[in-house]
Design a protein around this ligand. Structure first.
Ligand SMILES: Nc1ncnc2c1ncn2[C@@H]1O[C@H](COP(=O)(O)OP(=O)(O)O)[C@@H](O)[C@H]1O
Ligand SMILES: [Mg+2]
Length: 370
């Protein structure tokens, strides 16, 4: 999968920018606060129709402008496509594929697939369960439209059910309807997350071993918010019944995929509690690379890889291993860095270097080595 062109209009600090990317490594080099992350954010937006760092789309619009546009040309195994997103300050955003407006945003997502890795991803290990749920949801959503649908249904019903639980006199028939719908969609979510995590576990295990010269063995496991003994659906329905009195007391739903998590163990010890800083970083890298393989397995081709400022955080050995994987699989990669020195030790790679300065882009080098 390739993103060959990107055009931005009034996006963050870019008034207008047009970039043609290479098939290998694309470096975005510039000092702090010049627009490197903004650029990667725009690419991410073309994949997910959401930003990795804000829930408010208006943040993406250049100050004092009334709309922003992101335009991308992509090549996938199924052919070339033009993706375009327009976000106005007022009203709804539109998403187009080859000039056709996609009324269902879910029909737009999935054309361009990416793995995004930033220093913030350490939250995957250090943060609370919601970080890990978001990780699972984003990954499965990229390749599974049914999952995207189930997730939005689930969240809707959850909200309705929680609102009902807050009421003084609860209509028990209505509660039953909501509970049934919650179990229906929730079961699908748990099943998908479970199978994704099983697959991710095999991949991450392999990668962790590779990244640590076979020293460490990583284990990922789904941790549901209720005991699953056999059938998920029955277990979920029973768990809801059992927690009902407490739920009425608290005014919200206590069990279900919105409370689930997954655990990460190295040699039987919880990485979150006992892992060293170095181990935690390696686990995040292993998870991200496993994600790359997982998405490849699901989509039939490698996604693009976005590395925001993580380059200088990874030590030499792991960096070399990362590049081995990227080069071997011909993964188109976008790397932002404030340190041009990072580029010096990369030889034998196809690379393109962009200089980012105050929302302007200059092509510095367009070369193929070796
Ligand atoms: N909506 C916006 N309009 C104009 N400028 C913005 C907007 N949002 C962020 N910026 C500017 O973008 C810059 C940060 O860009 P960023 O890509 O995060 O920098 P970096 O190169 O360090 O990754 C800041 O100077 C910030 O003021
Ligand atoms: Mg940045």
């Amino acid at each position: 999968m390739l993103l060959s062109k990107l055009r931005l209009e009034r996006f963050r600090n870019y008034k207008s920018a047009s970039l043609t990317f290479g098939e290998g490594l694309n470096f975005l080099v510039g000092n702090n606060a010049q627009g490197k992350t903004n650029l990667l954010e725009a690419i991410f937006y073309l994949c997910h129709l959401s930003s990795p760092r804000t829930n408010n789309d208006n943040d993406l619009i250049l100050f004092d402008s009334n709309e922003t546009r992101i335009f991308g040309e992509i090549q996938t195994q199924y052919g070339s496509h033009e993706l375009e997103v327009t976000i106005p300050t007022k009203g709804k955003k539109t998403a187009e594929v080859d000039g056709m407006i996609q009324n269902k945003h879910a029909d737009f997502q999935g054309y361009l697939i990416c793995v995004y890795f930033s220093p913030d991803d350490l939250k995957l290990v250090k943060g609370g369960p919601s970080e890990r749920r978001r990780f699972m949801d984003l990954e499965i959503s990229q390749v599974n439209p049914y999952y995207r649908h189930a997730l939005s249904q689930y969240n809707k019903v959850l909200l309705q059910r929680n609102n009902l639980l807050k009421e003084g006199r609860i209509d028990s028939n209505l509660l039953d309807v909501f509970s049934e719908q919650l179990v229906e969609t929730g079961t699908l979510i748990i099943e998908k997350r479970n199978s994704m995590l099983k697959r991710l576990n095999l991949l991450a295990r392999l990668l962790q071993r590779r990244l640590t010269d076979l020293k460490e063995s990583l284990l990922l496991e789904y941790v549901p918010s209720f005991v699953i003994d056999g059938d998920i659906k029955t277990a979920f329905a029973n768990a809801l019944k059992e927690s009902l009195s407490e739920e009425k007391y608290r005014g919200y739903t206590l069990v279900g995929p919105h409370r689930d998590d997954f655990s990460m163990l190295i040699d039987d010890l919880d990485v979150r509690a006992y892992g060293s800083q170095g181990q935690q970083r390696t686990v995040v890298l292993a998870l991200k690379l496993a994600e790359l393989e997982f998405l490849k397995g699901e989509a039939g081709e490698y996604p693009i890889l976005l590395l925001d400022d993580v380059f200088s955080e990874i030590d030499d050995i792991r960096r070399r291993k990362l590049f081995e994987i990227v080069r071997l699989n011909k993964v188109q990669t976008f790397i932002s860095t404030a340190n041009p020195k990072d580029l010096e030790d990369i030889v034998g790679e196809q690379r393109k270097v962009f200089e980012i300065k105050k929302g302007c882009v200059g092509v510095k080098q367009d070369v193929t080595f070796g």
